[in-house]
Design a protein around this ligand. Structure first.
Ligand code: SF4
Length: 702
């Protein structure tokens, strides 16, 4: 039957509203939802081609599969057989080795309900905190920094601040390609307000730099030096807010002393930019009435990611530019539901509704609510720790949901060796392409976007509803249903949900009294409103809470925000004579993550057809490399072989690889994460994916 459905894009954390039209033959088309407050009818190239990801079922997993030994091929089995065997193996491992011998590795692309049930299963009933997700690779440094500075993992502002600000500092991000609809809002805001200044810091000249008033092309890893230097100038030029500092912050004096220790000339030298550029940045920020910062992986995916985040947030705290229209720190979420996952506690160090593991009252409240086993206070394994634990035998079984870690994790050959050693691997997936399938003992086919319903939360705390539009192919099931069926096979009570709405309503009730309280919300109300911004406590009207901290009362014990002080060292892998170049990795405009969805849309493949290495012409000349030559990028961990793209848009001494490509025809030589390393930020445990020492050589055919 012909029909139209309002739903939400499942790619990036912008969270655009989409209208999907289904004709009488069941064919789907999409357009931007003109009534949606995020995108107002606009869609980017990925959003405009969303429907192909479900209408083309040629790569879809259709039925469960299983193998009985590592060397035997997988065979088609029924859901009963697959889940009976999985439950039997999990029970046996837990009985013999304890609950911490199993783990779930999920995804920021899971719906909130899916996150909720898998978190409830492992923490509330299996009794381990071993659940982590690919959001660890994306947002965890920002999460830690928000908690340390503002007392809670919250993005204070709202997208509408874009139209009310005078200065946007985009740090380590390329929203023109990776958050395109937000960027279009920034372009429109700039057209309406010529006073709006845009600063971009990035070692590469990206598309986002084309509109910037100031591009700070800094050396990789020097962001903290830059942010501290801007802080010093704001103080010296009298651009701080004395009343705000005194009434609403802790730690300013120590910060002031710290930033005064490095001169602007010295900072400019370290960053590799003119000192005038730092003065210009401080001038734009100091003169602006409204000041926003936006950042993503350039700050987060770092061995000092938390400090990079804190040093940027400090600029808001010393100027008092937070909790006001047009002002605030604004981490841009890479994945569509990284925030929703954290709301339900879907990381190895979290409990539902941002409760914390080391608080006995929090653990007790959740246990009483769920009615399961006592919750463990031991933090679970994080993303990369899970694979280390598989390698050394502490972890026996891993269940991978909606994620492709053998393309996205650092030092991916180490991760492959880890899966090889695992006693039992479950892969819950929509596609038959991911590299993890080669290691799977059990494969569970999952429903994709538009084949199931549920909710997601975007980067501005906006919870949106996603409609079921079409049936999943074959025997594929919604992820939440798969987890609940498994939980019942394990003999656990509390997983008898009739639908996604019942799961969501349980989650809403569990948030009551917390900082992210949405107890005033329920599934039906959300469907009526289409989207609301949390918190949404009982009695909230309209569409929730667009802006936090308007009263400058923060979530810290004394209600003051914390200005943190720390040195500006970068502890990344050092370059040396053998590996003299810094490799940084990133994204291209029309691909998403490891391409399991966008990679099958021919229109999206036309933009950039294959992987490539960006290299500065001087670095290329020293190596006798010409445009389009095949080159090998190497270090101790691995090799990548791609064509060279000579460009002056990258800093000399730095090379760039896109992170999307995995194995092609059994060759892994396109995979950037062959080269990245497993060093993580000590606080957030986020890997240092933007910095690895490599050599580049022209490839000569043997
Ligand atoms: Fe989807 Fe992000 Fe593009 Fe919006 S900007 S259409 S959420 S991919």
């Amino acid at each position: 039957m012909q029909a139209s459905f309002k739903t939400t894009c499942c790619y990036c954390g912008v969270g655009c509203g989409v209208v999907v039209h289904r004709d009488r033959q069941g064919r789907l088309t999409v357009e931007g939802d003109k009534d949606h407050p995020v995108n107002r009818g606009m869609l980017c190239s990925k959003g405009m081609n969303l429907h192909y990801t479900v209408t083309d079922t040629s790569d879809r997993l259709m039925h469960p599969e299983m193998r009985y030994s590592r060397n035997s091929p997988r065979q088609r089995v029924s859901w009963e057989q697959a889940l009976d065997r999985t439950a039997a193996v999990f029970k046996a491992i837990i009985e013999k080795h304890g609950p911490d011998a199993v783990a779930f590795y999920a995804s920021g692309q899971c719906l909130t309900e899916e996150y909720y049930v898998v978190n409830k299963l492992i923490k509330g009933f299996i009794g381990s905190n071993n659940i982590d997700t690919n959001s660890r690779l994306c947002m965890s440094s920002a999460v830690a920094a928000y908690k340390m500075s503002l007392g809670e993992d919250v993005v204070p502002g709202t997208y509408d601040d874009i139209e009310q600000t005078d200065c946007i500092f985009v740090a380590g991000a390329n929203p023109a390609w990776c958050h395109p609809i937000l960027w279009r809002r920034i372009e429109a805001a700039r057209a309406a307000n010529p006073r709006l200044k845009i600063i971009v810091s990035d070692p590469r000249v990206t598309q986002s730099c084309t509109m910037a008033d100031l591009h700070l092309q800094l050396h990789p890893g020097t962001d903290i030096v830059l942010h501290h230097a801007i802080g010093r100038l704001l103080i010296e030029q009298g651009k701080t807010d004395a009343a705000f500092l005194q009434q609403h912050t802790n730690g300013y004096e120590k910060y002031r002393e710290m930033v005064m220790q490095r001169s602007i000339t010295e900072a400019a030298l370290i960053c590799g930019i003119p000192d005038t550029a730092i003065y210009d940045a401080a001038h734009y920020i100091g003169e602006a009435k409204g000041f926003m910062t936006m950042w993503t992986m350039g700050l987060n995916q770092s061995v000092v990611g938390v400090h990079k985040n804190l040093s940027l947030i400090n600029l808001h705290l010393i100027t008092g530019k937070i909790g006001k229209a047009g002002s605030g720190p604004f981490s841009l979420t890479g994945q569509p539901n990284a925030m929703g996952g954290r709301e339900v506690g879907g990381l190895s160090n979290l409990l539902p509704a941002h409760r914390v593991l080391d608080n006995p009252a929090h653990r007790q409240a959740v246990q009483e609510f769920w009615g399961g086993v006592p919750l463990s206070d031991k933090p679970g394994l994080t993303a990369t720790e899970m694979f280390t634990a598989l390698n050394d035998g502490r972890l026996k079984a891993i269940w991978i949901m909606s994620s492709n870690p053998l393309v996205s994790l650092p030092d991916v050959r180490f991760m492959e060796a880890a899966l090889q050693k695992a006693k039992f691997v479950v892969v819950q997936e929509i596609s038959n392409k991911p590299e993890t399938l080669a290691y799977a003992d059990v494969v569970l086919p999952a429903a994709a976007w538009a084949e199931k319903e549920g909710t997601m939360t975007n980067a501005e705390r906006r919870i949106s509803y996603l409609h079921k539009i079409t049936d999943a192919p074959g025997e594929a099931l919604p992820d939440a249903e798969i987890i609940c069926r498994f939980a019942k096979k394990m003999g656990y009570k509390g997983f008898d949900y009739a639908n996604a709405g019942e799961i969501y309503n349980e989650h809403c009730r569990l948030t009551a009294g917390t900082n992210i309280d949405i107890s005033g919300l329920n599934y039906q109300l959300l469907k009526e409103k289409r989207s609301v911004q949390w918190p949404y406590p009982d009695g909230t009207k309209d569409h929730g809470t667009p802006r936090l901290f308007t009263d400058h009362s923060f979530y810290t014990p004394n209600k003051k925000a914390n200005i943190h002080s720390f040195d500006d060292e970068n502890n990344s892998e050092p370059i040396n004579d053998t590996y003299p170049l810094i490799l940084t990795t990133g994204r291209i405009r029309d691909q998403w993550h490891t391409m399991s969805k966008t990679g099958k849309v021919s229109k999206l493949k036309q933009h950039i057809t294959s992987s490539f290495l960006e290299i500065h012409p001087e670095d290329a000349r020293e190596r006798n490399i010409r445009q389009d030559d095949l080159v090998e990028v190497k270090n101790e961990r691995g090799t990548v072989r791609v064509k060279a793209q000579l460009c002056t848009t990258i800093k000399k001494g730095v090379v760039f690889l896109p992170m999307h490509w995995g194995k092609i025809l059994n060759s892994d030589l396109n995979r950037a994460n062959n080269l990245t390393n497993n060093i993580v930020d000590p606080i957030s445990k986020q890997p240092d994916l933007k910095y690895a020492a490599v050599q580049v050589l022209r490839y000569e055919k043997p």
